[in-house]
Design a protein around this ligand. Structure first.
Ligand code: CA
Length: 523
């Protein structure tokens, strides 16, 4: 009897295997959707023809949200399909991923998928559930990056994004072609310090970029949590961010190319010696040149992967997805970086192409989330669903069949404080129109209500407006409902993984602001 059942099961798995799609997941670090032409930002910052091809041939998700807007935590959310409080990885300062817990790559591998991850990993423990891994240690380096290939240190010469592209194509070529595969191609770019490929220096011919409307946000009528940050273009930008100093690991030839571009421009800057608003404006222009050149290199490498799939007859049966661990501020509210629940960093780019399944040129504005990816991947692969996840498969949405009970609200919780950017912990709920946010530690206890319909730039709070009293009441009840559903207890207990930001002990003193050279951050 058992033998017959097993035989039947093997037969069913075999049948399913024949039609199982390959998955290429292209994942960026800190990619702002404002920098992708398919999302239509009004500044028209950059043309991204290869990302646009994915949007044109697949689906553009317009409201894909993150649960905790920083690098490591979102990567842990993707691996596990669970929020930070359930997977134990809260922040980049002292969290370590517990790789003994259930993750989607383990499930996919067990169900017959060949799994590979190349590029940025940033979970502080080695990848588990992958047949091949070749990852950057920690944040990694843009130029001549050391990497770790299946546990062994290796070193490459060249530009990180191109190297990750090369390694991706190499693995695709050398893989076991009898099995379906999942390739996670995870770029470091365009993470701070936005160091461009030398071949693209000056790609924009010294274009003057339009500024965002909120570059000089005064944060009036907002919580102290919002104004007392340390991630401003005005106050936090270092010489390294501004490329007034060179990174330390360039070859002689690379140094020459770097200097040929930056030296004359830096000399002009030194002569002008801008201050105040003029300094912010100068930094914003430098930031856009460097950041966008990094994104352009990612786009070119997306093109190389799509070409490879075309040439090897893989396009039809390969799902290609592109996303980022969160969005990013390109000067909005005077900021770079991420962390906040505000739209630019809570919303992340997400494109998916699956020929014959996802209607070409479609878009979707449901509240979707990166917490949905683990369920989505296993669903696509026909692997057994994982138990107790916080996300749901996006496959029905991709087919244009949104389930009637799809989420109408999304829970958010950011924990890391005080370093590196003095963004106070906050949690809240996001709906189609509103956000209700509570800044609760350590020296603030402020609520803010945002109304994206009335105030799309999110520059004021309606929390104390009597007209919104019912909305506030409903959203507070919704937060409690979501916390219960997700199993988050408030205030968060002392974490097993040692997040000192939540100990009932005095906070460490605020870091004095360092001016200038290469401030080291854990972000
Ligand atoms: Ca990131």
């Amino acid at each position: 009897m058992i033998r017959t059942l097993l035989a039947l099961l093997t037969f069913a798995v075999g049948l399913r295997a024949a039609e199982r799609p390959n998955i290429v997941f292209i994942f960026c670090d800190d990619l702002a959707l404002q920098a992708m032409s398919c999302y239509g930002d009004k500044r028209k910052l950059l043309d991204t023809p290869n990302m646009d091809r994915l949007a044109k041939e697949g689906m553009r998700f317009d409201r894909c949200l993150v649960t905790n807007s920083i690098c490591g935590p979102m990567r842990a959310v993707i691996q596990t399909g669970k929020y930070s409080h359930a997977n134990g990885f809260y922040n980049n300062s002292n969290s370590k991923f517990d790789s003994s817990q259930p993750t989607f790559p383990k499930v996919m591998q067990k169900s017959g998928y060949q799994m590979a991850v190349i590029g940025k990993w940033h979970l502080m423990t080695d990848p588990v559930g992958y047949d091949y891994w070749n990852v950057l240690p920690g944040q990694g380096a843009y130029y001549n990056p050391p990497m770790i290939e299946n546990g062994k240190p290796v070193k490459y010469e060249g530009y990180c994004t191109d190297i990750i592209g090369d390694l991706t194509l190499k693995w695709l070529d050398s893989r076991d072609k009898t099995k379906p595969f999942m390739m996670m191609c995870q770029h470091k770019a365009p993470h701070r310090e936005w160091e461009p490929p030398l071949r693209l220096l000056g790609f924009d011919n010294d274009r003057v970029y339009d500024e965002p409307e909120t570059l000089f946000d005064a944060y009036s009528g907002r919580s102290k949590a919002v104004s007392d940050h340390d991630m401003g273009i005005d106050r936090t930008f270092t010489e390294r961010d501004a490329k007034l100093v060179m990174p330390g690991n360039l070859t002689a030839e690379q140094k020459q190319a770097w200097n040929a571009y930056y030296e004359p421009r830096n000399a002009k800057y030194a002569a002008a010696a801008p201050t105040g608003r003029d300094l912010v404006k100068w930094r914003y222009q430098r930031y856009m040149h460097d950041y966008l050149a990094c994104v352009k290199a990612v786009d070119e490498n997306v093109g190389r992967v799509l070409d490879y799939l075309d040439k090897n007859d893989l396009t039809k049966n390969t799902v290609v997805m592109l996303s980022s661990d969160q969005g990013f501020y390109l000067g909005e509210h005077g900021w770079f970086d991420k962390r906040w629940v505000f739209e630019e960093s809570v919303r992340t780019p997400f494109l998916a192409r699956w020929p014959g399944v996802i209607p070409a040129g479609s878009s979707n504005s449901q509240l979707t989330s990166l917490v949905d990816l683990a369920s989505t991947f296993t669903d696509m692969a026909g692997a057994p669903p994982m138990e107790g996840l916080h996300g749901r498969s996006l496959v029905p949405i991709m087919k244009g069949e949104t389930p009637a009970d799809w989420r109408k609200s999304h829970y958010y919780h950011y924990y890391e404080y005080p370093v590196p950017h003095r963004v106070r912990p906050h949690y809240g709920v996001i709906t189609d129109r509103y956000k209700l946010i509570h800044y609760y530690k350590p020296d603030v206890d402020d609520w803010e209500l945002l109304d994206r319909q009335k105030d799309p730039l999110e520059t004021k709070s309606f929390y104390n407006d009597p007209e919104y009293a019912d909305t506030v009441k409903e959203l507070k009840a919704e937060i409690i409902r979501l916390q219960k559903e997700l199993g988050e207890t408030m205030p968060p207990p002392r974490f097993a993984h040692g997040n000192k930001a939540f100990d009932n002990e005095p906070q460490p003193p605020e870091q004095p602001k360092k001016k200038g050279k290469g401030k080291k951050k854990a972000e």
